[in-house]
Design a protein around this ligand. Sequence first.
Ligand code: GAR
Length: 203
Amino acid sequence: MTEKKAKIAVLVSGGGTNLQALIDAQNNEIINSGEIKLVISNKDGAYALTRAENAGIKTYTVLKKNFNSQTEFENEIVRILDENEIDLIVLAGFMAILSEKFISHYEKRILNVHPSLIPSFCGEGFYGLRVHEAALKKGVKVTGATVHFVNEIPDGGEIIMQKAVEVKDGDTPEILQKRVMENAEWIILPQSTEKICKQIISE
Ligand code: GAR
């Protein structure tokens, strides 16, 4: 008998280190209840696409500029997700805005990883290095990462997991970003993905 697995789509825009953590977790059976079926990038040539190809995962590039509206852009993403019967969408450094209509269509079916301890340094305008710049500017001594469900409020959905990371004297945004990725994001994103996939297949 083949084991039932939730079908996962990972949406990316950049380097894809979180995607790599998901691929590694799948290979190491930390992710057991789900399988990454495809990767969608909204950026041409994103290195995340190479990582997916190296792992034998199907890739799609969907560029906003090729569509007349946000709705048409999202319809193309929905078409790909439907065609592949995707159960769970994981945003792993996906930097495009998704509309309320799209998000509400996938209630409790979209996960996002954010590089701070929400509700600090989150919401509109807080993404990537900017999050770490803001944390350093504020002078916090502890930061971290959060995995949460995506709802219509930016970074406002139910929190699934968080992990704290120490800020050290002399940190630059780049150094802090790397520490948060290594010690938090790459751990809690695969763990959260497994947790939610397990729930999905038991429904
Ligand atoms: C990660 O740090 C992720 O948490 C962040 O972008 C980076 C993507 O890196 N996401 C956000 O800021 C979302 N608000 P990656 O492409 O190497 O995974």
